[in-house]
Structure formats: C-alpha cells, structure tokens
Write a protein that binds this ligand. Structure first.
Ligand SMILES: [Zn+2]
Length: 498
C-alpha cells in the first residue's frame, strides 16, 4: 500500500538543508444536477453551449438563486474535515475580465468563507500528521476556452481561433485551501489521495481529474532550517497527483539551487511543463486586492443554523480510515486487504454485502481483490454497472466450498457470470461443469488413462513417483478439470497396487 520512495542524493541534501512549506488549493466540482445559481444541467460532455441560460451567460438584468444542494455538500465536506462552519457568510464578487467569464466577475467568497480552521489527518513515512485546512468556500466555475490547435479536425482557420464553451460556467465549485503545513511532495500526494477518497465517500464529487472535476493549485516555498518561511511560487497545469508530486520535487530543487547560490526567489506563478519535466515562469502573482472583491449585492447572506448542521452531520458516512480500521478488527483482514477494499465506498459496500451472505471474510476478500477487481479493470466498468451481484458471489463461493466445482474452474465460471449475469449454479448446470465425485464413472476414465499410458505405469512401478502426477493430469484433462482430484488419486493408487 504505502510505497517508500527512495530519495536521490540531491533530494536528500535538500531535505537536510532546507525546510519546505507546501499549501494546496483544491477546486472540486460538486455533484449537483444543476448549476450554482440557475437551473441549467451540470452534465459533462454535452455539445458546447447547450447547457446555458441568461443567468450563467451573464446577461444583463438576471438574478442568481442559490442551489441549496451545493451549500449542503460544502457544509458536509467542511464537517468531515473538522472545520468551523460560519453561522453567517456572504458571497463576494471577484472582478476580472476574461473571455470565459461573461459577467466580468465571478461570484465567490472572500473574507467570509463558509467554513474555516479544520484539519485532515494523513499518513506519512513518519506516522500520522494533521494538515491544517485554512478555509473552504463555494464559488461558481468559469466557462472553458478551447484553442484551435486542441480541436479535433480543425481546419487552418480554426487553428488560428479560440472557442468558448459556457456549459461549465456556473457549475458549483468548492475550494479547499490548506495551511502551508505540508513539508514534502510525498505528503502532498498523501493529502490529495486521502482528500479525494473522503470526497468520494461523501459523494459530493466524482473527483474525475480528466473531466476537470478536481483541480489543484500548489504553493511552495523553501527556506533554511530555523527561518520562518521562504518566498513562495505557485504552480499550475498539473493533471494528476503524480504530476503534482513530480512538479513539486522539481520546483523544490530549483528553489534550493537558487538559495545555494545566494540568489533570491521571485514570487510568481509558474507552469509545469510535462514534456520538459520542469517549471517555467508564467506571470508574477497578482494580489487579492487586484480583484477588488466586494459583497455580492444580489444574494442574501447565508445563515447556517445548528439544525442545518445537525442534519448534515447525521449524513456523514463512516469515512475510509475508520472503515479500514473496522475491517481489520471486525473481519480479521490483513491491513493490506482492508486498505484495498475500503479504497472506494462502493467496493467496501459490495464486500460487506458479500460477507453478509457468505460469512468467510478472507475468502470473499481474496475473490474481490483478485478476480473481481481484475475483471472490473479489464472491462473498465464501475461497480454499479457489474451484472454479478453480492448474492451471486456468495452462491459461487458456496459451490466451491461444497466441492461442486474446483477453485480453478470457478474462475472460468466467474468470468461467464461477469459476462452474462447468470448465476453460478445455472452456468455449472448448463455447461456440465460440476465435479465428478461418482466413483463408478470416474473409474472408467482412470482405466482409460492407464491404458493409454503404459510407459507411466512402468515408470511408477520402477519407483518414479512423478508418474502418478502425470496420470492424475491425464484424468483431469479427459474430464476437463471436473474430476475430484482426491478421488482420482485414491483410484489410481488402488489400481497401481501401491
Ligand atoms: Zn444557466
């Protein structure tokens, strides 16, 4: 589960000489059906500019209406991340001009975020560590610019142009900002994977990075041990957690080299260039006051009372860490199994449903971690799309336990169950796969195998024990793996007179 990453020599030197402070800003698209201030659909992948209306196009005279579900999801997340929820908070206009922002301002939150002062516990090489959450706020997403060269089948004229799609404009976006408590790229990686898992357990976002449902900006600074904090740079354009980890390593090394040479670090935004594996300057960082935030006059302040919080607190499910611990204690599973099975809420639910029907946790765990996940991956399916239900797994395992089929054959049966959705018993019957345990019919096959292999019999009589294995193999072949191996052994030994 936890991979120990060996540091290179220069990385080791840096680690000993410098202190690293990393802060992460994670933007999460919430899984609401409609946008934050209008009724337009949030569905991903629709033709450009089909999920739009006067509100999210920013036409004059329209008024925003807040989506309560989005507020619920943000409070839910904030509670799970141990934050203080503001009793009263306001939205603010963040003013800037950009083609993907038709109103020329974004409705966001500034000095009155919905929640603040929380923490998330992560696992590091040195044990558990709490990462401070500075604030969580709610805002609307902007539209999306598509530049000509990124367009499929674009002609020369298109290549010169840029296009805008406002389907994303107004989708609820939750921003989770940490304190600069993270002190290595590995910790940043651990924070992100832990956070993602929790968001998925809460079902507030699908966290699909390819579709942009989860995006992350990174602040990083380096200073000598004993100093307060260095000058930070911001990194953008990383598309996966692994890339964030790598970009951070590269940037930490760059800053350390500058300090080694006695040079100064410039506060700026830098872009990660994945092809050249380096960070390049993008722009000097704008300050918050450049945006001229002011309270949004079209929305009332949000008032969150105790009752609202209580209702949502009751909706928080058992979170991954607690569930993993319970799987170890309640089912006696090895920590590795418990970790894999609680990786997603759906998988953990599926496992528990199976165990309810077939109460042998380790056997169930082996099947789910082995065959089930293998086929899931191969067919690129999610758990709710799978035709095999927990009761089907229980039935299959029962058939193995009763000796109706061997564990080896069961794998073939399982593949067919996965493809067709038929039950184990049905497939075993249809394909006549049940084990032959009837002595009389097996005896005939054994005799046939012996007749065809006089050499093996001779070898056996000369003392070559291996020859017995060969004969067993022949019988298994003739019965397509259906013969009961113990019975075959017994019959062969009898007939060979040993
Ligand atoms: Zn709209």
């Amino acid at each position: 589960m936890k991979q120990k990453k060996v540091l290179t020599k220069p990385q080791m030197e840096i680690k000993m000489k410098y202190k690293v402070n990393i802060g992460l800003e994670v933007h999460v698209e919430l899984l609401t059906e409609s946008k934050l201030f209008c009724g337009c659909s949030t569905e991903f992948g629709a033709p450009p500019n089909t999920h739009v209306c006067p509100v999210c196009l920013g036409l004059p005279g329209v008024l925003p209406v807040i989506n309560k579900k989005a507020v619920d999801y943000t409070i839910l997340t904030a509670l799970a991340l141990n934050c203080e929820i503001s009793r009263l908070c306001r939205f603010a206009r963040k003013n800037y001009y950009y083609p993907d922002l038709p109103k020329n301002y974004q409705i966001s939150q500034y000095d009155e975020p919905l929640a603040r002062d929380g923490w998330l516990e992560i696992e590091t090489d040195g044990g558990s560590k709490k990462i401070g959450i500075e604030r969580i706020h709610l805002e609307e997403d902007a539209g999306k610019l598509i530049h000509g060269e990124q367009m499929p089948n674009s002609d020369d004229e298109d290549k010169e142009a840029s296009f805008v799609d406002y389907n994303r404009s107004g989708i609820p976006l939750m921003e989770i900002v940490t304190r600069p408590d993270i002190s290595s790229p590995e910790e940043a990686y651990s924070y992100l994977t832990t956070l993602k898992k929790i968001l998925q357990y809460l079902r507030v976002s699908d966290c699909n990075m390819e579709e942009g449902s989860l995006r992350c900006d990174v602040n990083v600074s380096v200073c000598r041990e004993g100093e307060e904090m260095g000058t930070k740079t911001e990194l953008k354009n990383m598309n996966s957690f692994k890339e964030i980890r790598e970009a951070l390593s590269v940037e930490i090394e760059r800053q350390s080299r500058l300090l080694d040479r006695g040079e100064k670090i410039v506060q700026e935004t830098r872009l990660w260039d994945p092809k050249r594996r380096k960070t390049v300057p993008m722009r000097s960082k704008e300050e918050a006051h450049d945006y001229r935030y002011f309270p949004e006059p079209d929305l009332l302040p949000l008032e969150i009372d105790e009752e609202w919080k209580r209702r949502l607190r009751a909706e928080i499910p058992e979170l991954p860490k607690e569930r993993c611990r319970r799987f170890i204690e309640e089912y006696g599973l090895p920590p590795y199994d418990a970790g894999v099975l609680t990786n997603s809420r759906d998988l953990a639910d599926y496992f528990e449903e199976c165990v309810k029907r077939y109460p042998h946790p380790k056997t169930v765990s082996n099947w789910i971690m082995g065959e089930f996940l293998r086929l899931l991956k191969r067919t690129d399916k999610s758990i709710d799309e799978v035709k095999v239900k927990p009761e089907d797994i229980a039935e299959l395992l029962g058939q193995i336990e009763k000796g109706v089929i061997s564990g080896k054959l069961a794998k073939d049966v399982f593949e067919k169950m996965f493809e067709t959705g038929k039950g184990a018993k049905t497939i075993i019957e249809e394909e006549k796969l049940n084990q032959i345990t009837d002595e009389a019919s097996l005896e005939k096959v054994v005799e046939e195998a012996m007749r065809e292999s006089p050499q093996a019999i001779e070898d056996f009589k000369k003392g070559k024990k291996k020859a017995l294995g060969f004969l067993v193999g022949q019988v298994m072949k003739k019965t397509r793996g259906r013969a009961n191996p113990a019975l075959v052994n017994k019959l062969l030994k009898e007939k060979l007179g040993s």
